[in-house]
Design a protein around this ligand. Structure first.
Ligand code: NAD
Length: 335
């Protein structure tokens, strides 16, 4: 059994706790300052130990930390893990600004601990299948991606006004909170981004200081380009990415992957990777897969989870998107 400490038991902390329990490989400690949430998590997940503050939790006695606080706290918590010699999985986004990011990555490297970022969409079987096909050359050279991830966010997070989501300084909004998932898949499949242009605004959601809509355009070192469209108020739930290559297109629409290489209007191959599954149960199951992948990595096995360097690149795209619209110009990413 691995000794795992989950820091923050809000929306995503609970998913991690359940995922970890379902691996049967983790002995849990939790840290949550909010009394109501802490006692709810204690009742549901029966941890071996539970604390209101990390300072009381003997961080260094754990094998792995899962950092599930809002993103403005990630840098200091990653630094605490590095200082205590504890490997960690930090939730996305890596941070809310570049302040302290390079320093903490350096500390983690020097501490020699394993560190990954919780970009959960990499776990999805449909995404892995699509990536394998792109790498195998099924659509020729990948040149363009059109991505749209849009839905009525308040339906899924009715408390959004009182969470980090409504605060730019805590990592909320369409760019840092939502688009960052898509940026991760693009970075994973298309390589190094070099130029970013964007528009964004709060078009509809009330009670939030963050943007609920963004249109982001990214150019990659390979010359390929991507367009990321997000709104968080529309009624239909859309999640689609079209990968356009010189020999054909692969589309992932929620869990369905389609391949076409002619103009007949028909797909040559269609596969639903969630056929027969309940969507929310399948989503939760991915946290078990992610927990197993992280524990495997801890045991020295190869993994495909996002690295801190990829999390940093992702953050630089998000921050460049914000700057692009604020300064009304394209922003080049320079390391
Ligand atoms: N991977 C995903 O699909 C996904 C989904 C939602 C959120 N997230 C990310 O997870 C993080 C948390 O999001 P959430 O929706 O769970 O937020 P949340 O507001 O629901 O929960 C955050 C929790 O952290 C606790 N907390 C605050 N400071 C703390 C501290 N110093 N020590 C321990 N706990 C502390 C809060 O009391 C709260 O319970 C964010 O970075 C967010 O972007 C990821």
């Amino acid at each position: 059994m691995h000794k795992v400490i989950v820091i923050g038991t809000g929306g995503i902390g609970k998913r991690h706790l359940r995922g970890l329990l379902e691996t049967g490989r983790a002995r849990l400690t939790l840290v949550e300052p909010d009394d109501g949430r802490r006692s709810e998590a204690e009742t549901r997940f029966r941890p071996a130990a539970s604390h209101a503050a990390l300072a009381d939790a003997h961080l260094g006695s754990h094998d792995l930390a899962i950092i599930c606080t809002p993103a403005h706290l990630h840098v200091e918590l990653m630094a605490e893990c590095a200082a205590a010699g504890v490997s960690f999985l930090v939730e996305k986004p890596l941070a809310v600004s570049m302040d302290g990011v390079d320093d903490v990555i350096d500390r983690v490297r020097r501490a020699g601990v394993l560190a990954r970022v919780g970009y959960i969409r990499r776990i999805a079987p449909e995404i892995q299948a699509l990536r394998r096909q792109v790498i195998a050359g099924k659509i020729g050279d990948l040149k363009l991606v059109y991505a749209n991830a849009s839905q009525e966010f308040p339906k899924y997070r009715p408390d959004y006004r009182t969470t980090y989501y409504s605060r730019p300084d805590m990592g909320g909004g369409a760019i840092l909170d939502a688009a960052s998932h898509t940026f991760d898949l693009l970075i994973w499949m298309m390589g190094r981004p070099v130029t970013v242009g964007a528009m964004y605004d709060r078009l509809a959601l009330e009670g939030s200081e963050t943007e609920d809509t963004c249109l982001v355009t990214i150019r990659f070192e390979s010359g390929a380009m991507a367009n990321v469209t997000i709104n968080q108020f529309q009624k239909p739930n859309v999640s689609s990415m079209e990968f356009i290559g010189t020999l054909g297109n692969l589309v992932v629409d929620h869990s369905v992957v389609r391949f076409a290489d002619d103009d007949s209007g028909d797909s040559k191959e269609v596969r639903d990777f969630m056929e027969g599954l309940v969507p929310m149960a399948a989503h939760q199951a991915r946290f078990t897969l992610q927990a197993n992948a992280m524990l495997d990595a801890l045991e020295g096995k190869p993994d495909f989870l996002a690295t801190l360097d990829e999390g940093r690149t992702n953050l630089s795209v998000a921050l460049a998107a914000k700057r692009s619209w604020q300064e009304r110009r394209f922003v080049d990413l320079i390391d």
